[in-house]
Design a binder for this molecule. Structure first.
Ligand SMILES: [Zn+2]
Length: 640
């Protein structure tokens, strides 16, 4: 499809002179409904919005001239050389009669390119771009429908994490997994690395005989004797969702359509922890329509995985740090599941629109959590999210505080902040409060259905929102401020958590009396209450008070990664150094960037802390995925 431009005339956003804010559908009369179109057109203050499908800044491919529609991988995963070797065959559609197709590659060795039935093709590598990689330009003619590229990954391949046996739970077999989001897939497969395209894929993957391969596709449930696995992904996806993991894996079902893959020694605890997954899918469907991806399985990876979870379709990749023993951290699974609608089904059309993926997903995640665990529980999650957002707003530059970003020449990962997640969430929550939950749910259900398997820009979403929700209700809302301005608008919804209020009252008592026994009912506190408590420890808390708390509640030894991480962070801030041994062990083992960045940042706040941080990082670096160690290199100003 050609890039196209749609000019929307006299439609969009903002500012009706009408001052009534109508909050529920019931209060809208038929007459008002009939008048809204003319109201919209007449209103001089409505800005004309130019809807351009901007070209994706994060690809060097000519996807808008020649588009890859399907790819087939035929590869071998070689642990001895830590490389993937093989070929990818693209089925292409030549939209403009171009005589060449351009693919994105990064740090790949390309040995040969063939067209259609094996005819060798002319190709050349273009100029290297440090951020985006090296374009692979292949000559084609009007009859070319297939392009096969023979290639090999290198040690500079950013998507792959190769783990030696000691870095796994079982300690006997190696492990490898990929991380595609945001622009890493091109570093293990030559392809058109844009979110603007959706492709289907199939794959044949050879691995060592005692290991199993799984992908974001139809998956095996048993190892086979040959070590050869075949995959099919019939639903079109953006290429950042192409994913592969290889290891000593076993599968256990949770219900008919959900299940867990992980190393054998972790299987039982994972099955227990993720026992609500089937219910989550059912509740999600009740909210926003049928699950479109057939199965929803989760693979729990070794601890180096840089994210909490990655929403690879059919097979969410998850960190083992959610395995707390009490199901207290499973909102992460609700989050990845929600991506099956927002992100995977309706996808941001460039990384500038990332909030469309994440803000919607956080909103949906909290609705799933509310349906299963109730409102009090979800209020705690929302308030923790709000606190995260305030922290981010303190440090983010104004440009990075907008929902709609401009990331040209920047790594898309720079936009993966709480602005997209939490500011996005609170914007949607505001909309819900303005129009009423039933109306907002009906709107979202229709939004997902009418945009499924498509990409969408912020501007198109806003026009859709305006048309379906805002204009029909004559709502006066500062949407442009929310989307295009830095900071948090004054009408941000207020979250009150009665559970947290009780924690706060306890804290006041504790600080006033310096008496640990004033912390009452703590045996009833959930992980979230503890997180709130620790996060809000005052800066002037003394080392004696920290010792008192640690002796009573054993935070330093906590097996709950969220609690341990926030406790370590506050301890560093406050100067409580009895955590040092456990902090180092945590940083050596866990590769999840969400934990690493605040801890290294807290350490780096003083010269001696920074020295300590660099020493630990130097040692821990082999245990981190590129995504994590690249961020820490930048943070600490080193290059390990
Ligand atoms: Zn997400």
């Amino acid at each position: 499809m050609k890039l196209y431009t749609i000019i929307i005339i006299a439609l969009s956003l903002l500012l009706f002179s009408c001052s009534d804010v109508v909050s529920t559908d019931e209060s809208i009369s038929v007459e008002q409904n009939l008048n809204t179109d003319s109201l919209a057109i007449e209103n001089k203050e409505i800005q004309n919005m130019e809807l351009i499908d901007e070209r994706d800044d994060h690809t060097l491919s000519n996807y808008d001239e020649v588009s890859s529609r399907h790819l087939h991988l035929d590869i071998e995963v070689k642990f001895d050389t830590k490389t993937i070797v093989g070929s990818v065959t693209h089925t292409i559609e030549n939209l403009t009669g171009s005589d060449h197709v351009i693919f994105d590659t990064k740090a790949l060795n390309i040995s040969k390119v063939e067209l259609n039935d094996g005819k060798e093709a002319q190709f050349k590598m273009g100029e290297v771009d440090e951020l985006l990689g090296t374009p692979l330009v292949v000559s084609i003619d009007e009859n070319t429908t297939k392009v096969t590229i023979y290639y090999e990954t290198t040690e500079k391949t950013e998507a792959l994490d190769w783990l030696i046996p000691s870095q796994t739970a079982g300690k006997e077999q190696p492990f490898m997994y990929t991380q595609g989001q945001s622009i890493f897939t091109r570093s293990w497969i030559p392809l058109q690395g844009t979110v603007a395209l959706r492709i289907t894929y199939s794959a044949k993957v050879k691995v060592p005989k005692n290991l199993m391969a799984v992908m974001s596709a139809s998956n095996p449930v048993h190892k086979n004797d040959e070590g050869i696995y075949e995959f099919n992904m019939p639903q079109p996806i953006p290429c950042y969702l192409l994913a592969l993991a290889v290891g000593d894996l076993e599968f256990a079902p949770i219900d008919q359509r959900t299940g867990v893959y992980t190393e054998p020694s972790m299987l039982a605890s994972c099955v227990y922890e993720l026992g609500d997954m089937g219910t989550m899918v059912n509740e999600a469907e009740k909210l926003y329509g049928a699950y479109q991806w057939e199965r929803f399985d989760v693979i729990v990876l070794p601890p180096s995985f840089p994210f909490g979870g990655m929403e690879n379709p059919r097979l969410t990749f998850a960190t083992p740090t959610i395995i707390a023993g009490d199901r207290s951290l499973v909102s992460l699974i609700a989050h990845e599941l929600a991506h099956s609608w927002s992100g995977n089904l309706v996808t941001n059309s460039s990384w500038n629109d990332f909030w469309l993926n994440e803000g919607f997903t956080v909103y949906f995640e909290r609705r799933i959590m509310e349906a299963i665990y109730g409102k009090d529980y979800t209020d705690m999650l929302a308030l923790l999210g709000y606190q995260d957002l305030l922290e981010t707003l303190e440090t983010a530059t104004p440009d990075m505080q907008r929902l709609k970003l401009q990331l040209k020449s920047q790594h898309p990962d720079d936009g993966m902040t709480d602005i997209a997640y939490e500011k996005g969430y609170f914007f949607l929550r505001l909309l819900e409060e303005q129009v009423g939950r039933d109306n907002f749910d009906a709107f979202l259900m229709e939004y997902f259905d009418s945009h499924k398997f498509q990409t969408i820009t912020t501007e198109k979403f806003l026009v859709y929102l305006n048309e379906k929700l805002i204009v029909p209700r004559n709502i006066d809302l500062n949407i442009e401020e929310w989307v295009y301005e830095p900071g948090l608008p004054e009408n941000c919804p207020k979250v009150v958590s009665k559970n947290f209020n009780a924690v706060d009252a306890n804290m006041v008592q504790f600080y006033e009396t310096n008496d640990i026994s004033k912390l009452i009912d703590t045996d009833k506190w959930s992980t979230h209450e503890w997180l709130h408590f620790i996060r809000n420890l005052k800066a002037e808390t003394t080392v004696e008070q920290m010792t008192m708390l640690d002796d009573a509640f054993h935070f330093t030894q906590s097996g709950n990664s969220e609690i341990a991480a926030i406790w370590f962070q506050r301890s560093i801030n406050i100067g409580y150094d009895k955590i040092d041994k456990e902090l180092k062990a945590f940083l050596m083992k866990i590769g999840r960037r969400k934990f690493l960045m605040p801890l290294y940042t807290a350490l780096a706040a003083t010269p001696e802390g920074k020295e300590k941080a660099i020493a630990i990082f130097k040692e821990a670096r082999p245990n981190y995925h590129y995504v994590s160690y690249n961020s820490i290199n930048q943070l600490l100003g080193v290059n390990f």
